[in-house]
Design a protein around this ligand. Structure first.
Ligand SMILES: NC(=O)c1ccc[n+]([C@@H]2O[C@H](COP(=O)([O-])OP(=O)(O)OC[C@H]3O[C@@H](n4cnc5c(N)ncnc54)[C@H](OP(=O)(O)O)[C@@H]3O)[C@@H](O)[C@H]2O)c1
Length: 326
């Protein structure tokens, strides 16, 4: 079997590439001229240079593959346009080119996000059928991509995966939280009672792979997440355990988050670089809960996650220490 992986050199994509190689796939990765290839440079993969926002670079990438795992996406962005051009238009470009140049494709997997569903209040877990109300540009760009894929390409053998927070080795976005854990101190943004779903990266790629092989998953959407959800404090305690520390919490007032977000805006304005906390991110950060039910994946193709949070955190900290991030 042959697969194209977009974003195969990134955090989630690189674990998926390893999984596919283990399953004896021949793997092709779409990379940009500027991409950092450190996680896949020693792997036996074919590299094709291209960009999902430039359709003319995509035909070679999609030709002759059985599966497309579309993992590439913009997760940090300074503008709404950047999120939409990559996450929405880029996804539609790839779908269009694959329909034209690879009509026999077995499956097109699109990695969306829990951000497409939006936050929830309370502890009732949304399912894949819960109406979406994304609160950020990022979430809206993923949701728009989901809708337009289904509308414009009704014959595409599509499966949509919506991960919640993903953690594990190689991820630099979650690193801040491990640094807090090492210091034994966590700032908690309001509202103070909130819950999160989470998934270990190796579990997520098992889920993506299993969905891609299940006939029943064609045309459907799945959350892939640990069955339990966690409060901010319980997640922080799991994070702190490998450091043998009992965390202390500082409850940041609403105006404190706004102030830090304004500093983030200023940083972006001055440096033209991206950062995780800006005023546009505030609705996402202040939302009460980001939780989801992954029961459908169990019902449809018997997938459930295997790595408990404590084990995943332990492995991640080990990796971060070995690679001198901590
Ligand atoms: N991490 C999470 O917690 C999480 C949660 C839910 C959903 N997701 C989704 O999962 C996917 C992977 O995320 P990640 O955490 O692995 O992020 P990541 O490490 O930043 O990977 C994103 C990848 O997308 C590639 N990419 C971005 N724009 C591209 C373009 N125009 N053309 C081709 N490739 C492009 C990047 O390549 P360059 O190196 O060239 O920029 C990078 O390899 C994303 O779609 C994200 O929205 C992630």
């Amino acid at each position: 079997m042959k697969a194209l992986v977009t974003g195969g050199h990134g955090f989630i994509g690189s674990f998926l590439v390893e999984k596919l190689l283990k399953e004896n796939f021949s793997v092709r990765c779409l990379v940009r001229k500027t991409s950092d290839l450190r996680w896949i440079k020693d792997l036996p993969v074919e590299l094709i240079t291209g960009d999902i926002t430039e359709s003319q670079t995509l035909p070679h990438a999609v030709e002759g593959v059985d599966y497309i795992y579309h993992i590439a996406g913009a997760i940090k962005g300074t503008t709404r346009e950047k999120f939409f051009s990559t996450n929405c238009q880029g996804t539609l470009n790839l779908a269009e080119v694959s329909q034209k140049y690879n009509p026999n494709l077995k499956r097109f997997i699109f990695t969306s996000s829990i951000a497409a569903t939006g936050p929830t209040s309370g502890t009732q877990k949304p399912t894949e059928d819960t109406p979406c109300h994304p609160v950020s540009n990022y979430g809206q760009s993923k949701w728009e991509a989901e809708k337009l894929l289904k509308e414009k390409f009704p014959t595409l053998p599509l499966t949509i995966i919506r991960p919640p927070i993903v953690y594990g080795p190689r991820d630099e976005n979650f690193l801040k939280f491990f640094q807090f854990a090492k210091r034994g101190f966590f700032p908690v943004p309001p509202p103070y009672e909130r819950y999160y779903s989470i998934v270990y990266v190796k579990d997520l790629v098992e889920g993506i792979y299993t969905a891609s092989q299940a006939e029943v998953a064609k045309g459907k959407i799945y959350f892939i997440a640990n069955p339990e959800f966690y409060s901010f404090e319980s997640m922080a305690r799991h994070l702190s355990r490998p450091f043998k520390k009992e965390p202390r919490f500082f409850y940041v007032p609403y105006w404190g988050v706004r102030f830090l977000a304004l500093l983030g805006d200023l940083y972006v304005y001055v440096t033209k670089k991206e950062t995780m906390l800006t005023t546009k991110k505030v609705p996402e950060i202040m939302a009460s809960s980001w939780i989801c039910s992954s029961e459908k994946a169990w019902r449809d193709f018997h997938f459930k996650t295997q790595v408990p949070l404590s084990q995943g955190m332990e492995e991640t900290v080990q990796w971060l220490k070995e690679h001198r991030y901590l």
